[in-house]
Ligand binder design. Structure first.
Ligand code: 5GP
Length: 202
């Protein structure tokens, strides 16, 4: 599959600040939308259905898997998460570029399906900082935090598989880098459609 529009896939260990960076990127980059994933995990107090995730039961999720509704899906921290193929295609059809905030397993699936995708890994400045951020969140129980830390360590090892790395030592700087990456990718000559009179070989 070759997307005419840009597909930006962002992964990071939990607590690296990926959600904030993706939200800021959507706010600042015209024509960039975030695709809302499906998940079987329960909403956190500040989350709402349809905005942060589509919160569904496991039976519904499994049914969607069986129907081939997901461009990718994975089990993360014991819950199921997936990107709707239809949502993705609808965003592209509307002329938008799409940013996805997904784990490394999902990114690996999309790397095969969307070869033209842009893969960005967000790293925290240090593991100690990551731990502090996860503990500071206070929305997850301590065993959940321990599980996320263990997984974060494993996830960080995946960064060489991504084209770009952004170290989130400062949100403003990191958003600036993400903006620059998206702008540069949009400017690639192979993505440029010239006006007929400007087409090469005319
Ligand atoms: P959280 O539960 O903290 O919102 O997200 C947990 C992890 O699941 C994060 O790494 C997030 O990027 C990932 N995730 C969110 N949506 C999707 C999705 O649609 N597919 C996959 N593979 N991972 C997702």
């Amino acid at each position: 599959m070759k997307a005419e529009r840009l597909l930006i896939v962002v992964s990071a260990p939990s607590g690296a600040g990926k959600t904030t960076l993706c939200e800021e990127a959507v706010r600042r980059v015209p024509g960039l939308v975030h695709s809302v994933s499906y998940t079987t995990r329960s909403p956190r107090p500040d989350e709402s259905d349809g905005r942060d995730y589509h919160f569904v039961g496991e039976a519904t999720f499994r049914q969607m898997v069986a129907e081939g509704a997901f461009a990718e899906w994975a089990t993360v921290h014991g819950h199921l998460y997936g990107t709707s193929r239809r949502d993705l295609e609808a965003h592209f059809a509307a002329g938008n570029d799409v940013i996805l905030d997904i784990d490394t397993q999902g990114a690996a699936i999309l790397r095969e399906a969307y070869r033209d995708g842009v893969f960005v890994f967000i790293l925290p400045p240090s593991f100690a900082q990551l731990e502090a951020r996860l503990r500071g969140r206070r929305t997850d129980r301590s065993e959940e935090i321990a599980r996320r830390l263990e997984r974060a360590r494993a996830e960080m090892a995946a960064y060489p598989l991504y084209e770009y790395v952004v170290v989130n030592d400062d949100v403003e700087r990191a958003v600036g880098m993400l903006y620059a990456i998206i702008t540069a990718e949009r400017s690639k000559s192979r993505r440029f459609t010239p006006a007929p009179e400007m087409a090469p070989g005319r």
